[in-house]
Design a protein around this ligand. Structure first.
Ligand code: NAP
Length: 354
C-alpha cells in the first residue's frame, strides 16, 4: 500500500501514444508535474499535442528522450518520481517481419529496463503498468470452457508465443516480468491495468496503435464484403486514463484490473457506426462464413490456426474488480466507437466514399 505525494513528478513512458496522451492530459489538468518520455522529443508530430495541452493546463510537462531498448535511459526522467506509469510498448498486429524484434523484445526488455531504473530510484513507491486483456488469454477459443466465456484477473495467457499471437505474447511476458521484479523487492508496489480494445477519440494523429487501424478498416472498405465473427472487449480511452490515475494514487489499489465495458462483435460495432453515420461508409452488413475465411485467410495475412481459434468463439470479461476497486463507471463504448470514427474522418484518416 503506497501513499503518493501528488506534488512529486509523475513519470509517464510512451507519452506520445494514443492511451498515454489521455493520461498525460488528465494529469496536467489536475495540476501534476509530468515527466513524459518519448523516443524523439524533437518530433513535432509526437509531442505538439502534449505541449498544447500543457500550455492550457495548470500542470507542468517535461519531455525526456528514452527508447525502451536503451539501457539506463529512464534514470534521468525518473529522478524524484514516486509514481511511474509505464505505457510504452509497441501495439501493432501486422506490418512486421520479425515479431520478436517488433514486439516481444521492446515489451519485455523495455519493461525490465524501466523497472531496473525503478529499483535504482529510491523515491519510487508505485508502478502502474499498462498491460492488456491479452495477458489473460491467447485465442478466444481459450475461454470456451470458462462459464459464460467470461475471464477475470485470475486468468493468464498460456497459449501465445512469438510465432502465434506475438502481440498478446509480448504483453504476457512483459507483465509476468514486472510481477517477478516487483516480488523481488519491498520498496515499490505494482498495479497492472489490463484493458480490452481501447476506443474513443485520440489526442494525436501520429499513433499507429492497432486501436486506430481497427477503426480505419470499417471505413476503408476492408470489411465491405463482410466481417469475421470475432468479439473484442471494448473500453473507452478516457476510462482507461482514469483507471491508470486512480490506480496510481489510491493506496489500496493492488494487483490486476481488467478494463472492459462490454464485448462486441465486429458486426455489432458496424451496426453502431451505421446507426450514427448511415450508409456513407462501407460498414459490413454480414458475417463472413468461417470456412470461407479459413480458406482464404493467408491471402489477408492471417494464419488458418488464428482463424480457427478466434472466429465464432465469444469472449467476455468480468469488470467487477475495476468497478468496485477503482470506482470506474464505464462510458458507452458504442458512442466511443462513433466519436473515434468521426475523429478519423475529421483528421482525414478515413476517406468518405464518393
Ligand atoms: P500507441 O499509440 O502506438 O502507443 C505506443 C507507445 O509506445 C508510443 O508512445 C510509442 O512511442 C511507444 N513505443 C513503442 N516502441 C517503443 C520503444 N522501442 N521505445 C520507446 N517507446 C516505444 O499505442 P496505444 O494503443 O496507446 O498503446 C499504449 C499501451 O497500451 C501499450 O502498452 C499497449 O500494449 C497498451 N494497450 C493498448 C490497447 C489498445 O487497444 N490501444 C489495449 C490494451 C493495452 P513512439 O511514439 O516513439 O513510437
Amino acid at each position: 500500500m503506497s501513499l503518493i505525494n501528488p506534488k512529486a513528478p509523475i513519470l509517464v513512458t510512451g507519452a506520445s501514444g494514443y492511451v498515454a496522451g489521455w493520461i498525460v492530459k488528465k494529469l496536467l489538468e489536475a495540476g501534476h508535474t509530468v515527466h513524459a518520455t518519448v523516443r524523439d522529443p524533437n518530433k513535432v508530430s509526437s509531442v505538439a499535442h502534449l505541449q498544447k495541452i500543457a500550455s492550457a493546463s495548470p500542470g507542468t510537462l517535461k519531455l525526456f528522450k528514452a527508447d525502451l531498448l536503451d539501457q539506463g535511459a529512464f534514470s534521468v526522467p525518473m529522478a524524484g518520481c514516486e509514481l511511474v506509469i509505464h505505457t510504452a510498448s509497441p501495439f501493432v498486429m501486422t506490418g512486421f517481419t520479425d515479431a520478436n524484434e517488433a514486439l516481444v523484445r521492446p515489451a519485455l526488455e523495455g519493461t525490465r529496463n524501466v523497472l531496473e531504473a525503478v529499483n535504482a530510484t529510491e523515491s519510487v513507491r508505485r508502478v502502474v503498468l499498462t498491460s492488456s486483456v491479452a495477458a489473460t488469454f491467447g485465442d478466444s477459443w481459450d475461454a470456451r470452457d470458462v462459464p459464460g466465456s467470461r475471464l477475470d484477473e485470475t486468468f493468464w495467457n498460456t497459449t501465445s508465443s512469438v510465432d502465434h499471437q506475438p502481440y498478446l505474447y509480448s504483453k504476457t511476458v512483459a507483465e509476468q516480468e514486472a510481477w517477478a521484479m516487483q516480488k523481488a523487492q519491498h520498496r515499490w508496489d505494482l498495479v497492472c491495468i489490463n484493458p480490452g480494445l481501447v476506443v474513443g477519440p485520440a489526442l494525436t494523429t501520429n499513433s499507429i496503435s492497432a486501436s486506430i487501424t481497427t477503426l480505419q478498416q470499417f471505413g476503408d472498405g476492408t470489411l465491405a464484403m463482410g466481417a469475421p465473427c470475432m468479439w473484442n472487449g471494448l473500453v473507452d480511452v478516457r476510462d482507461v486514463a482514469d483507471a491508470h490515475i486512480i490506480a496510481g494514487f489510491k493506496p489500496e489499489a493492488s494487483g490486476r484490473y481488467i478494463l472492459c465495458a462490454e464485448s462486441l462483435t465486429l458486426l455489432d460495432m458496424a451496426a453502431a457506426l451505421r446507426a450514427h453515420f448511415g450508409t456513407k461508409y462501407p460498414f459490413p452488413r454480414m458475417t463472413v462464413p468461417k470456412i470461407l475465411f479459413w480458406l482464404v485467410s493467408p491471402l489477408f495475412g492471417y494464419t488458418r490456426d488464428f482463424v480457427w481459434r478466434n472466429m465464432g468463439w465469444p469472449i467476455h470479461f468480468n469488470n467487477e474488480r475495476s468497478r468496485e476497486g477503482l470506482g470506474i463507471q464505464y462510458r458507452d463504448v458504442r458512442q466511443a466507437v462513433c466519436e473515434h470514427f468521426q475523429q478519423l474522418i475529421d483528421d482525414g484518416l478515413v476517406k468518405r466514399r464518393s
